[in-house]
Design a protein. Structure first.
Length: 395
């Protein structure tokens, strides 16, 4: 069920991000092996509360080395034919530690496909269903990298031991996770437990995302998707034509999202998109609906709402968005902002496409005006945060 159905006017209290709540437990972390088991529990909560595969993979790459005392982890999943291992779920993820690994191998390890011929070591590891320990991962990379290249990378990274752990779901192979260590004594139990949690979380979120692709919900933000919004607009337009009603559509484009995504990575970008969606959903109530209609664009459908009332709703939407904090250019927190367009039936269009196209055109003009204003403010020394968000409402 989409977020804006779950939020009522009687309940406007925002729940904290699960990641923030989990991190608050760090103060009670014990020492030694108990501490690593504690880390394992915390990471499993991270994995099961992630909102997307990218977010989950990013957390796993970042936090699993601490849990297992490893140098790095490298997950690979089986394709649907179960004859090739792929690193596709890692695509687009930026994690500093893993970047060093790719530099050592001189290869983009997020874009790998590893075939598994009969009796090949990779297939035997997965089908064996047990943790396999080796002093090197040369056998695993057989047919992909020359042994000399693997050994050179391992020397650069200081690898002395490797664990290859099959990913199993109810006895069925799902993939494999490679762990690299700079020491030889490896806690196999913690490694195996972690991969078990990781595999279940990955399976569950992949199932959710597959389901979302075939229904009305955007898998990243949990609000409606563009297809559903288009259908909802058309349904409302039929009512408008039959009963001489009106409607308005508010389209919001998050400011500087591309810059934020480049600086902080896809996982943080997905979190920001979801936080924005939550904020917008909490600012409306049925029959008003929120949908994600572009990479960083949202639409809010306002049935039986004229332009003047839509402006008031938009002011509320922007105020709700401003409660989400992001890091500015100087690293200090500042409110999330968006460029906005308001379009109405019948004056701005007679179909969903006409209304969305009109909104897109107005947004482009709003962005140009914002850029011109920013340049003028820079010349005059005006703080752009002093400007009211409502000044960028078009309509």
């Amino acid at each position: 069920m989409p977020l804006n159905w779950l939020t009522s006017k009687k309940d406007r209290t925002k729940s904290p991000e699960p990641f923030v709540a989990i991190e608050s437990l760090e103060a009670s972390r014990p020492e030694g092996r108990e501490g690593r088991l504690f880390d394992l529990v915390i990471l499993s909560l991270f994995l099961h509360s992630a909102g997307s595969t990218g977010e989950m993979m990013s957390a796993f790459l970042e936090k699993a080395p601490r849990v297992t005392e490893s140098l790095f982890v490298y997950p690979l999943v089986l394709d649907k034919k179960r004859d090739t291992l792929t690193s596709a779920p890692l695509e687009g993820i930026v994690e500093p530690l893993f970047e060093k690994v790719m530099d050592a191998f001189q290869e983009d390890l997020t874009a790998m496909e590893l075939e598994m011929p009969v009796n090949h070591f990779r297939r035997l590891v997965i089908e064996g269903g047990e943790v396999v320990m080796r002093d090197s991962m040369t056998q695993f990379w057989d047919g992909i990298f020359d042994p000399e290249r693997v050994q050179e990378a391992e020397e650069k990274l200081g690898i002395n031991r490797v664990a290859m752990v099959p990913m199993l779901v109810e006895g069925e192979p799902y993939g494999v996770v490679l762990f690299a260590f700079d020491h030889t004594k490896v806690d196999g139990e913690i490694v195996e437990l972690l991969v078990g949690h990781f595999t279940l979380a990955l399976r569950d979120i992949a199932t959710q995302e597959d389901t979302a692709r075939f229904n009305d919900i955007d898998p990243v933000t949990w609000v409606y998707n563009r297809r559903y919004m288009g259908e909802a607009i058309e349904a409302e337009l039929i009512r408008c034509g039959r009963y001489a009603k009106i409607l308005s559509l508010v389209v919001l484009d998050l400011d500087d999202f591309g810059h934020f995504n480049s600086n902080y990575g896809q996982s943080m970008g997905d979190k920001l998109l979801r936080s924005a969606a939550v904020s917008l959903a909490e600012a409306v109530s049925p029959p008003e609906i929120v949908a994600r209609i572009g990479p960083d664009e949202y639409a809010v459908l306002l049935p039986e709402t004229n332009r003047a009332a839509a402006v008031q709703v938009t002011t509320r939407l922007l105020a709700s968005l401003s409660q989400v904090s992001i890091f500015g250019a100087d690293g200090s927190p500042e409110p999330l902002k968006a460029s906005v367009a308001i379009v109405c039936f019948p004056e701005d269009g007679a179909s969903a496409k006409d209304l969305l196209d009109s909104a897109a055109s107005d947004l482009e003009q709003a962005k140009r005006e914002r850029e011109e204003q920013a340049r003028a403010d820079a010349v005059k020394g005006v703080n752009p945060l002093a400007r009211a968000a409502g000044e960028r409402i078009r309509g």
